[in-house]
Design a protein around this ligand. Structure first.
Ligand code: NAD
Length: 489
């Protein structure tokens, strides 16, 4: 934890100045003290004063001034790209700190965070490239002959509200795309995971972005609600639970603020009758419960042909039972704890509900016997799950996988689509074109054939109640743009 200690020392050196507003570190004027707890040992990592509503007002005013009068939206996109690449370089230099901040706050194993944290500079570099290549001004000719410039302009001051599970990557999806577009930002990270947002603000400050372009205040729901209701906010970009997303969409609708939503999921892995189980396990095992199952795109429903159920469940359970659950800072740990006590309570509640509704507990279900501190839970498998059971329908956000049997292909598709969600998915088959045809039938935002890929350079987002809009890829940039049509003389 040496790198995390270094980050915390940097934060402590700022004393009471813990909010990044208008290009400087400022003191929060709220009255509540928030604490950040390491979920593997329940020890306090950081305590800080929550911002007040007046602090939110100050951050929005700074972002508003920077948007309405400052240089950022008026620069050429390639000029903005130069700043974005500087931020990417500064983040790259702090990669060990990013990985340990993620592991320390969330309990995601270091073997995973060490690799996944590269998405942070990766997103800044990708959107810097878009600054150079995206057609921000598209010259067109009307059929009647007149010239037209279709201009992609920044949507304005954007509130970026993010959850705790992959705190910095999910924030940077928004910030890098929004900045590339020319927006100014008020970022509200989750109150449980402010540490890596501090690193981001430090890098942005060091890269010399104009003041007010990026503002950061970690806070809870009440303060967050003031931010999303603020008339100075033109767009809300939210990642989090579907419940909060619906509320935010309603608030945005009142003033027709632009809104994009990345919400929950209940993604299905569809194992076809011809699938080779040896090719299924290397992606299904880690991605059915990444970050202890606390990832929106986790493959938490596994649909198996009835004729191959015992073979597939047996092989999967065997592989999952070999995953070492333990201290997430240990290199050989394959699964850490859940992120907080309320997550442990929630997951235990769903396990009890699964049992009560008649699903068969095939593996796990309790606390690992050798771990008496931290929010640990065993990887858990249910079989004989009916698609209408609560554990098959609701997002558990923990390492709990439901096996659902199907008869023929039509039954499989019907069961896969029997969900309020549609975020991600996987099809396993020896015939990629058959897999593609099935992918087209599954109502979901993205899907991988024979594996599990989420690439920051490609669009990601949900059908149905999994969200609205896309992040990542060129589509992720476009959610921060408004189209203006200028008819030239
Ligand atoms: P959450 O909805 O409780 O909170 C998310 C963020 O929104 C937090 O910062 C929270 O403080 C804030 N918030 C909540 N209500 C608010 C309000 N009324 N006004 C302003 N801010 C508000 O979610 P969580 O428990 O932090 O995260 C878990 C959820 O996030 C899961 O449902 C998961 O699927 C979802 N998620 C989705 C994606 C995706 O890309 N689709 C990615 C990661 C997580």
């Amino acid at each position: 934890m040496e790198n995390l200690k270094k980050t915390l020392a940097g934060i402590a050196a700022r004393g009471a100045e813990q909010l990044f507003i208008d290009g400087e570190w400022r003191r929060a004027t709220g009255t509540q003290t928030l604490t950040v707890v390491a979920p593997h040992n329940e020890e306090e990592l950081l305590s800080y004063v929550e911002p007040s509503l007046a602090d939110v007002d100050a951050a929005v005013a700074a972002a508003r001034e920077a948007f309405d009068k400052g240089p950022w939206p008026r620069m050429s996109p390639p000029e903005r790209g130069v700043y974005l690449r500087k931020v990417a370089d500064l983040l790259t230099a702090r990669m060990p700190e990013l990985a340990e901040a993620w592991t320390g706050q969330v309990g995601a194993v270091i073997g995973f965070t060490g690799k996944a944290s590269y998405q942070c500079p990766g997103l800044f570099n990708f959107y810097a490239d878009q600054c150079d290549t995206y057609p921000f001004i598209d010259e067109r000719t009307r059929s009647s002959g007149g010239k037209v410039r279709v201009v992609a302009e920044p949507v304005g001051v954007t509130a970026c509200v993010t959850p705790w599970n992959a705190p910095l990557v999910l924030l940077i999806y928004k910030v890098a795309a929004g900045l590339a577009a020319g927006c100014t930002i008020v970022a509200k990270p989750s109150p449980e995971t402010p540490i890596d947002a501090h690193i981001l603000a430090e890098c942005i400050q060091q890269a010399g972005l104009p003041k007010g372009v990026f503002n950061m205040l970690p806070a809870g729901r009440e303060v967050g609600d003031h931010l999303i209701r603020h008339p100075g906010i033109d767009k809300i970009s939210f990642t989090g639970s579907t419940g909060a997303g619906k509320h935010i969409a309603g608030v945005a609708a009142e003033r027709l603020a632009r809104v994009s939503l990345e919400l929950g999921g209940k993604s299905a892995a569809l194992i076809l009758d011809d699938a080779d189980i040896a090719q299924v396990l290397p992606s299904l095992v880690p991605y059915s419960m990444p970050i202890t199952g606390q990832v929106c795109f986790s493959l938490t429903r596994v649909l198996v042909p009835r004729s191959r159920k015992d073979e597939i469940v047996g092989a999967y359970a065997d592989a999952v039972s070999k995953v070492k659950v333990g201290d997430p800072f240990q290199a050989d740990s394959g699964m850490g704890p859940l992120a907080m006590q309320r997550q442990l309570d929630r997951v235990q509640g769903y396990i009890e509900k699964g049992k009560a509704e008649g699903a068969k507990l095939a593996l796990g279900g309790g606390r690992p016997a050798d771990l008496n501190r931290g929010f640990f839970i065993e990887p858990t498998i249910f079989t004989d799950v009916d698609p209408d059971m609560t554990i098959a329908r609701e997002e558990i956000f923990g390492p709990v996988v439901s096996f659902i049997e199907y008869g023929d292909e039509a039954d499989m598709i019907a069961k896969a689509n029997h969900s309020d969600y549609g975020l991600h998915g996987a099809v396993y088959t020896q015939d990629p074109e058959r897999g593609f045809a099935i992918a087209r039938e599954y109502r979901t935002g993205s899907i991988t054939i024979n594996g599990m890929v989420v690439d920051i350079e490609m669009p990601f987002g949900g059908f149905k109640q999994s969200g609205l809009g896309r992040e990542g890829g060129i589509e992720g940039l476009e959610t921060y743009l408004e189209t203006k049509t200028v008819y030239m003389p």
